[in-house]
Write a protein that binds this ligand. Structure first.
Ligand SMILES: C[S@@+](CC[C@H](N)C(=O)[O-])C[C@H]1O[C@@H](n2cnc3c(N)ncnc32)[C@H](O)[C@@H]1O
Length: 453
């Protein structure tokens, strides 16, 4: 049957699926660098439909989000990988791993149903003045526009923004496909909008000198400032760009910046439920907005956690209970912990990572060449596989509150922590490897002190 005839069924069935989905439990796994109790920023690992239900039922976020931006799979019928890099001797070794899949056995119908189910939930989470941006391309945008018109109402369609870029492949059989389409919808007519300005260059790049018109000059020539149009030319994230995480399909911060600045005020709450490498979170933080992000991919989550913790952000990390795993730290990691009393109130605590035997459960499915590379990396220095590790010096037995985070850089991972702490009883250490497996250990300071005596 033609897809046109199936669209009403897709809408109906997705609405029912959304209403009947029961929330699954999300566990607070790690609180990153939090100084105050009222931090809202959340990164979650899990299926976004379950997470949307969790936000609604357990966290009372119904009608609280000012902006939702989503950049879901596009129905490209491809899988996306990323290179994980390790130093090996004087060289850099690369191992390719699947980041996420955009292949749909259930065809366009199944894809549209997945998206619609979540969009019903997003609409419920949006505040009265809130809006939704859906980032797609030619594969599915025209069908999604029709469905969004039904869900949000045609009157609430605000803009179709074209993001034009340069990089990528070409073909001799068609014009080069060099744009994505972003659909911008408001919850209702009360939506917040702060239009941006852009440069409009004068003909011949010379001054017009019209009365009452402000003109400016830059390295290209004379221009005026006009209301921003709906075609945006923004470069993709370059190979050497500082913001590059290496995650497949990472979007440029400049693009997300424009959206956030146009649709929110400082202090507002922004969300992305297909958050990949955490671009929306990184930009929201820079622009002093609060944020909520979710992704179900391991590589997406480790990229996001190291990106955000590396920018010293305060946030909570939740994980869907069904994905929660506990690994035996003692079997996998060798540590050296030293404790010495400095004075009546202060202790010096030194923790050193000595050895690591990773559980390579997520490294499965590597090709023979990459498996060989992994064997060489493990033989040379297994600690190269540590993506980040963090320490909570006052573990309460419930939530690991990372007060110190060590993230892998081009120079490798810091192996020694050295902190002066007062009144520490239990220290909690969490370590995450390059494939996303996490390990947790609690150290009793009394035991360490007794062993040393
Ligand atoms: C196009 S990427 C997002 C890239 C992101 N905008 C960035 O700048 O890095 C789409 C993401 O959606 C995630 N995803 C797909 N289906 C999901 C689901 N049901 N729940 C949560 N995440 C999902 C994938 O793991 C992938 O990381």
């Amino acid at each position: 049957m033609s897809l046109l005839h199936v669209l009403p069924k897709i809408l109906e069935e997705s609405k029912i699926e959304y209403e009947q989905t029961i929330t699954s439990k999300f566990i607070l796994k790690e609180a990153f660098l939090e100084k105050s109790e009222d931090v809202i920023n959340i990164m979650a690992k899990g299926d976004n439909l379950a997470f949307i239900k969790f936000l609604m039922a357990e966290k009372e976020f119904k009608e609280k989000l000012n902006l939702v931006y989503i950049d879901p799979p596009f129905f490209s019928q491809s899988d996306y990988g990323m290179n994980i890099e390790f130093p090996l001797g004087k060289e850099k070794a690369k191992v390719k791993k699947k980041a996420y899949s955009d292949t749909w056995e259930s065809g366009m119908e199944g894809y549209l149903k997945m998206l619609c189910t979540r969009i019903f939930g997003i609409k419920d989470l949006l505040a009265d003045d809130g809006c939704l941006w859906v980032h797609l391309d030619w594969h599915s945008v025209h069908y999604v526009k029709i469905l969004l018109d039904e869900i949000f109402g045609e009157a609430n369609f605000i803009n179709e923004v074209i993001w034009q870029y340069k990089s990528g492949g070409t073909s001799k059989r068609h014009f080069s496909r060099k744009h994505d389409t972003l659909l911008f919808y408001a919850k209702n007519k009360n939506y917040y909008f702060n239009g941006q300005k852009e440069k409009s260059y004068n003909r011949g790049l010379k001054p017009y000198r019209f009365k009452g018109v402000n003109e400016y000059r830059d390295e290209f020539g004379w221009h005026t400032l006009v209301n921003m149009k709906d075609v945006w030319q923004i470069d993709m994230v370059g190979r050497t760009a500082g913001e590059r995480t290496g995650y497949a399909t990472q979007k440029p911060e400049a693009l997300i910046e424009r959206i956030i600045e146009s649709c929110t005020k400082p202090g507002d709450l922004c969300a992305d439920f297909f958050s990949g490498s955490g671009t929306l979170a990184a930009v929201s933080n820079k622009l002093e907005r609060k944020w909520i992000c979710c992704d179900m991919g391991n590589l997406a989550i480790i990229n996001s956690l190291s990106r955000l913790a590396g920018q010293h952000m305060e946030f909570s990390f939740y994980e869907e209970e069904r994905l929660h795993e506990i690994f035996d730290f003692n079997k996998n990691i060798t540590l050296n912990v030293k404790h010495s009393k400095i004075n009546v109130t202060s202790d010096l605590i030194q923790i050193e990572l000595l050895d690591f035997k990773p559980e390579l459960i997520y490294a499965k499915g590597l090709n023979a060449k990459d498996e060989n590379t992994m064997t060489m990396v493990l033989k040379e220095d297994p600690l190269q596989l540590v993506e980040y590790w963090s320490v909570d010096y006052h573990y309460d037995g419930i939530v690991h509150k990372a007060k110190e985070v060590f993230i892998k850089s081009s120079k490798g991972i810091t192996r020694k922590s050295k902190s002066i702490i007062s009144g520490s009883k239990n220290i909690s250490i969490r370590l995450v490897d390059s494939f996303g497996t996490s390990y947790h250990k609690v150290i009793d300071i009394k035991e360490v002190a007794n062993n040393e005596n």
